[in-house]
Design a protein around this ligand. Structure first.
Ligand SMILES: C[S@@+](CC[C@H](N)C(=O)[O-])C[C@H]1O[C@@H](n2cnc3c(N)ncnc32)[C@H](O)[C@@H]1O
Length: 249
């Protein structure tokens, strides 16, 4: 059976992995230019795991689950690098129909061993084994954050773009994230928008540029200092761009 929902079309991205186009949001799930798999690994998973290489247990907030690339790329990266950490992943996603249809999605071949995880998640919304716990919350991410009692080492901030889905990029939204992320936690996002960076900065985050071969620049944020990355001088950018402000609820 082929992946097919009332709101999604399958699209091949530049690295050969498939993503989807949402007719509801009029946006692709990933950058088709950077590639779905590539984007997950290089903009989210690799910088997050490098930052936390010494921790034995990681709690991850995956905003939002979508096609599940960030969660699967996390498991793939751990397996490929023989990383033995205990990992818990929590991921809100309001499109329950999409989650059910994921067992038909065409994932990259390197995810083949991980397909049983998607199979279980799409039916039961929870997966667990000896070292891994994954929980999907089918509902609104804002509501989830308000009632969440977890504290996170990593936040994959991978909502649709600020212009398409502004409520997942506001100053108030990042206030909830700031409450839930640990002081040494790291937030990863593809967004380079100044209004996103200002919203994070206004909530006590330092901002950094995640640049690298084969992907367009992305943003990292942390309440602590991140070594090895160029820091963004948000104060200076705000002075030079007085008309740009954080999004508000
Ligand atoms: C860009 S996609 C996420 C891509 C995903 N990280 C992946 O790797 O496939 C954005 C997702 O956010 C979901 N979404 C949008 N607004 C939401 C909200 N308020 N609460 C929960 N999920 C939401 C959409 O249904 C969509 O699946």
């Amino acid at each position: 059976m082929a992946f097919n929902t009332s709101k999604h079309t399958l699209v091949e991205s530049e690295d050969g992995s498939f993503t989807a186009f949402s007719s509801e949001f009029q946006e692709h799930y990933h950058s088709t230019r950077d590639g779905a798999l590539h984007e997950s690994l290089y903009k989210h998973v690799i910088p997050a795991f490098k930052h936390h290489q010494d921790k034995e247990e990681l709690h991850i907030l995956d905003i939002c689950f979508g096609l599940g690339f960030n969660t699967l790329a996390t498991l793939y990266y751990m397996r490929e690098n023989s990383i033995k950490k205990r990992v818990q992943i929590f991921s809100p996603e309001f499109d329950g129909e999409l989650i059910t249809s994921l067992r038909e999605f065409t994932y990259p071949e390197i995810f083949t061993d991980l397909l049983p995880v998607i199979e279980v998640l799409s039916r039961e919304h929870v997966y667990k084994d000896d070292t891994l716990y994954i929980e999907l919350y089918i509902g609104d991410a804002r509501e989830y954050l308000r009632t969440c009692s977890e504290r996170f080492d990593i936040v994959y901030q991978d909502a649709f773009s600020p212009s398409t889905n502004p409520l997942l990029w506001t100053k108030e939204y990042f206030n909830d994230i700031a409450r839930l992320i640990k002081d040494d936690g790291i937030l990863t996002t593809y967004s380079m928008a100044l209004k996103t960076r200002i919203a994070l900065y206004e909530n006590g985050f330092n901002l950094y540029i995640n640049s690298g071969k084969g992907h367009r620049d992305a943003t990292l944020a942390s309440k602590s200092d991140l070594s090895g990355y160029e820091e963004v001088d948000v104060e200076h950018k705000m002075k030079c761009n007085k008309g740009i402000h954080s999004l508000r609820d």
